[in-house]
Design a protein around this ligand. Structure first.
Ligand code: CA
Length: 226
């Protein structure tokens, strides 16, 4: 998906020119022509990067940046007509990622944009739990073995997740009941054995692997076959 840039710049001709260049490079562009609108749009969280002019009507670029930084770490590149040390220092203090002084070559702006986007913290990897050929994508609620999806009920998924979170550690039936069914479970502890059987039939037996192990007299453990 195209990265989305918010351009806050009151000089409409310049804004239009930059917008065209950015679109040509494949970015999505939204424009705001004053500081107040710019701040409001920047706070929407919809943008991957903000290009922020300093001299703006309604609210200065520095003020927009200061208020934005209370809530957001979105990369911000300041556009400034004044190449003074004072501006740069106060902008850095306010949390700008970079500066570019007007007039600028579009290639230089593009290079700074690419650099600022690269510096972003990588999107959080979806948590994955694995055991040999088995992979659980917790957020997507998906389990695969050797790349083939396994259909699990909610309870089977929760039980498998609990085993995976304690990989190579033996869990007693009671511990599994507490984790998966909750402390107030009033049924028989053999519920665990029943669900372990379901999991084995869907995973170990179906795929010819051995990862769900019984530790006699103690409980269960998930680990790669030895
Ligand atoms: Ca301006």
């Amino acid at each position: 998906m195209a990265e989305k840039i918010l351009l806050v710049e009151d000089e409409e001709k310049l804004a239009r020119m930059v917008e065209l260049e950015l679109r040509y490079e494949g970015y999505e562009v939204e424009k705001a022509f004053d500081g107040r609108t710019g701040l409001e749009r920047a706070l929407s969280g919809e943008h991957d990067l903000i290009l922020l002019d300093i001299m703006l009507p309604a609210l200065s670029g520095m003020e927009v940046l200061r208020r934005l930084r209370r809530e957001s770490q979105v990369p911000v590149i300041m556009l400034t007509a004044r190449d003074t040390v004072v501006d740069k220092v106060s902008g850095l203090d306010s949390g700008a990622d970079d500066y570019i002084t007007k007039p600028f070559a579009i290639e230089e702006l593009l290079a700074r944009i690419r650099a600022a986007l690269r510096k972003r913290p990588a999107a959080q990897e979806a948590p994955r739990l694995t055991c040999g050929p088995l992979v659980m994508d917790v957020e997507r609620h998906e389990v695969t073995v050797k790349g083939t999806e396994v259909e699990l009920t909610r309870r089977e998924f929760d039980l498998l997740r609990c085993l995976l979170e304690h990989k190579e550690k033996v869990l007693t039936r009671e511990a599994l009941l507490d984790h998966v069914w909750g402390f107030d479970f009033a049924g028989e502890t053999n519920a665990v054995d029943v669900y372990i059987r379901f999991l084995r039939s869907k995973i170990d037996e179906k795929f010819g692997v051995k990862i769900i192990h019984t530790v006699r007299g103690v409980g269960y453990v998930i680990r790669e076959e030895d």
